[in-house]
Ligand binder design. Sequence first.
Ligand SMILES: [Zn+2]
Length: 391
Amino acid sequence: MKKKWIAVVAAIVVAAFLIMAVVPMATNMYASAANDISSKKNQLSSLASQKSKIQSELSAIKNDKSKEMAYKDMLEQEISLTEQEIKTLNGLIADYEGQIAEKQAEIDELQIKLENQIAQFKTRVRVMYEDGESSYLEVLLESTSYFAFLTRMEFVTSIMERDNRLIDEMKATSAQLKAAKAELEASLAETESARAEVLEKQRELEEKSAESQAIIDKLANDEAYLKEQYSIAEKEANQVQAEIDRILAEQKKTQAVKEYVGGVFGWPLPGHTTVSSGFGMRFHPTLKVYKLHTGIDIPAPKGTKIVAANAGTVITSTKNGAYGNYVVIDHGGGRTTLYAHMSSRSVSTGQTVTKGQQVGAVGATGYATGNHLHFEIRINGSLVNPMNYFS
Ligand SMILES: [Zn+2]
């Protein structure tokens, strides 16, 4: 699943580089704006599909991440439960330890009392047997009568019996205390083993939680990477779209100029209507060869005003060996007019002119035998006979 999207992103990145490398080349090879636009639109749609792929990978990762976060939350809740359990068990253990210490103190105290009691008893017996007056035997022998003897006998026996009984009672109590203590110790051991189990469970949960956190971190990392890739693709798409908009705007502007300005052509040399040489094949007087005469020649004195045959944009205003000083006007719709051999030019390239506006003056610059205007009309680049295009 993760491998798969890494492969997808790698493919997208490679594709993006190829597009970036190939498109400018294509643009240079096919200068036409239409071609440029269609390649840019292809680029745009490939970017859009990249974006949607990245988007779906992103939502898959977001889904994985939120699931993992829910799982980790559950683990954290369990961990806090084990913490509560451990707290409770610690309390119990402290309680048991306190009770055990209490029992031990009671046992110790009783042991001392018992030892005292035994010592006392031993002393009493020794005194009764060994010490003259109060010895057992003397007590018995000194009795003046059988009755007195019996009474004394009973008295001594009862003291001894009492001592014995006390010792027995103490021993019994001590045994009870010891049993109670042993019970407490068993409970303590049980509680301690329960605590060890909970601690182990907590350790395992914490391990799982750390693993889950590592997964969340990795997914967050992937998410950030994909978001970056998405914004790169988006930025690129915006740039391509801007480029398309720019080309379209340019096309619109060019198309506006390209529409024919309308109307018929006016005579370029007012007041001078004689055509000395028409359009077609002729013997060139200067070059001495048969050649296509590309326009019409209208003789006039040097300096006579030459005017634009129609409104348009000056696309050429220059000088060369053949035409001398010449001007070309684009009237849109693929129609252009050319004015050659001028003594001077009065318009410059890029300038718009109105119908009848002066573009230069008659002269004999370039290959010309005398002062005249050489006038051409081209339609979509092909030369035509100008005489067919005047009103
Ligand atoms: Zn000519």
